[in-house]
Design a protein. Structure first.
Length: 534
């Protein structure tokens, strides 16, 4: 029976490799490790704004193939932070290849990681990231009451009258015991899971290939082991509550109340854990890293059209060959070279401009964080990724669309003046204002953003912008084919600016009244003649 269950589990792990997860994603818990981690030494922390623009949560659900909740939280943090350097890339790539080629090795490790797949494992990070509750100033009374209970029990056979004192102390202890319940509840999930984490790490270092990930991991595991005995109390507590063994639970609860074991052990354990935060995080990171590398191997196994990026020291040069957006089914691939100039895209709505900009941004983030790109080849310098794509009115703070856009682009201008080079992604700059001011402000800002080795990808409907920026930007466009009563998009990137205009024709094939079409064509023709004369 046990062997049969084990075999089914092994087969399930084998079958899941290279497959999407079929589960719900609790982002409220998944991102907590990232939100509380000090990533100030990283090259860039990807902002919430850029994540929203690039559909980061959807990217994460697509990318995440982790086995444990620890690995899931670690992977999320990794995708949100671009490291300053990647000295460990070669070592990690060797392990990813080993996980891909050696099924037995991978499954044995995943079996260990599975033990941390409970939602309670999300709370491990709170032990080394959050402030622990402190013992009250009157905590000495707890020790005295516990000692009194022990003394009464020991002397009761000699002096039965001590039973009255014991009952009186028990009543007081009961009040303290149940008052402390809210404190103990905070840790009945995290501390038992910490024990599982340490045990999993202990088992993982038996694989010689994994020791190199964190050279000092054995020392960290040993430090946590020293608190293992006291923490085991919380493991027993969780087990009894989980099994619902009423009689055993009742006896254990009576015992804990009489001797005030919960507050004594809780604050004793927390005091010790408070001094071991770095070791706990070290073990957390080790297990998370192992799980993340398996996840990357699984991601690559499910996407045959991927590449390992070439991160160069050449400024202002990006080369991508057959790049695509992994979240778009049957996505059309495109190729582009950026060298010395930024990129300005023109084209009608739905032709593919914004999707292409997102494709570039998303692929550079995965290149810098998990060393994986969805393209045939990709070469790029290390860049900070900033975007202004999905902007909306902030009604709660009484900010208009235009004002929100002004603030977002001001942040980009400030970032463009820093020493670190940037990739700026913009969609329809200043579409919240009138044509003349939009083009005027857009030209000056887009020129400013290209300075200091920065690269800009921007889309626009304003052909005038393309003419004004042709010395600083390479011009590309997406277009559609309007034939009879059909509008077809090929989603292929083409050189030069858009010359065909099909907006009025699309109105016509959608049965707009003839008088509207005729007037629109007449006005468009007049405006074209006026522009040529100017």
């Amino acid at each position: 029976m046990i062997n049969s269950r084990k075999k089914k589990n092994i087969q399930k792990l084998i079958d899941s490799f290279g497959k999407h997860k079929d589960e719900t994603f609790d982002f409220e818990q998944i991102d907590k490790y990232f939100r509380n981690k000090d990533n100030s030494n990283s090259f860039q922390i990807i902002s919430d704004k850029t994540c929203n623009d690039l559909d980061f949560n959807e990217l994460f659900t697509f990318t995440d193939r982790t086995t444990s909740k620890v690995g899931q939280q670690f992977l999320y943090n990794r995708l949100r932070t671009i490291p300053t350097h990647s000295d460990e890339t070669t070592k990690h790539e060797e392990l990813i290849q080993e996980f891909t080629d050696n099924e037995k090795f991978r499954v044995e490790i995943q079996q260990e990681l599975q033990k941390l797949n409970s939602s309670s494992a999300y709370y491990i990070r709170s032990i080394f990231q959050d402030q622990h509750i402190k013992a009250p100033k009157w905590f000495l009374i707890v020790r005295l009451l516990s000692f009194t209970s022990i003394l009464c029990v020991l002397l009761l056979p000699i002096n039965p009258q001590l039973l009255f004192l014991l009952l009186a102390v028990f009543v007081v202890n009961m009040g303290i015991h149940y008052t402390n319940k809210k404190n103990i509840f905070e840790y009945t999930a995290s501390i038992p899971q910490l024990l599982k984490l340490n045990k999993a790490a202990h088992n993982l270092i038996n694989f010689s290939q994994l020791k190199a990930i964190t050279p000092d991991i054995s020392e960290s595991i040993s430090v946590i082991d020293k608190v293992k005995r006291r923490m085991s109390f919380f493991k027993l507590e969780a087990k009894l509550e989980g099994d619902m063994e009423a009689l055993a639970w009742g006896v254990f609860e009576l015992f804990k109340t009489l001797f005030l074991l919960e507050p004594l052990l809780l604050f004793g354990v927390l005091k010790q854990l408070d001094t071991k935060r770095s070791e706990i995080e070290n073990v957390f990171s080790f297990v998370g890293q192992v799980d993340t590398l398996i996840s990357i191997a699984s991601l690559r196994a499910s996407n045959k059209n991927y590449c390992i990026p070439n991160i160069t020291n050449t400024k202002e040069a990006i080369h991508v060959n057959e790049i695509y957006h992994p979240l778009i089914p049957n996505c059309i691939t495109n190729s582009i070279t950026v060298n010395g100039k930024s990129i300005l895209l023109t084209g009608s709505n739905m032709s593919g401009k914004t999707s292409f900009i997102r494709t570039i941004g998303l692929n550079l983030i995965t290149a810098f964080t998990i060393n994986t790109c969805f393209a045939k080849t990709l070469s790029t310098p290390l860049l900070k990724v900033n975007s202004a794509i999905r902007i909306s009115d902030d009604l709660m703070n009484d900010k208009s669309y235009y004002f929100e856009e002004v603030l977002t682009i001001k942040e980009m201008i400030d970032a463009s003046e820093n020493a670190k080079p940037n990739l700026f992604l913009l969609d329809e700059i200043f579409k919240g204002t009138n044509t003349i001011e939009r083009i005027s402000a857009g030209k000056s800002i887009l020129s400013a953003l290209t300075k200091n080795g920065n690269i800009v990808f921007v889309s626009t409907h304003d052909i005038e912008l393309a003419d004004l920026l042709k010395n600083e930007y390479e011009l590309y466009h997406f277009s559609e084919v309007v034939d009879n009563n059909n509008v077809d998009f090929d989603y292929k990137l083409k050189e030069g600016k858009l010359k065909k205009r099909n907006a009025i024709r699309i109105l016509e094939i959608n049965d707009y009244p003839k008088e509207i079409i005729d007037e629109a064509l007449e006005i468009a023709s007049g405006l074209d003649k006026k522009q040529k004369n100017e």
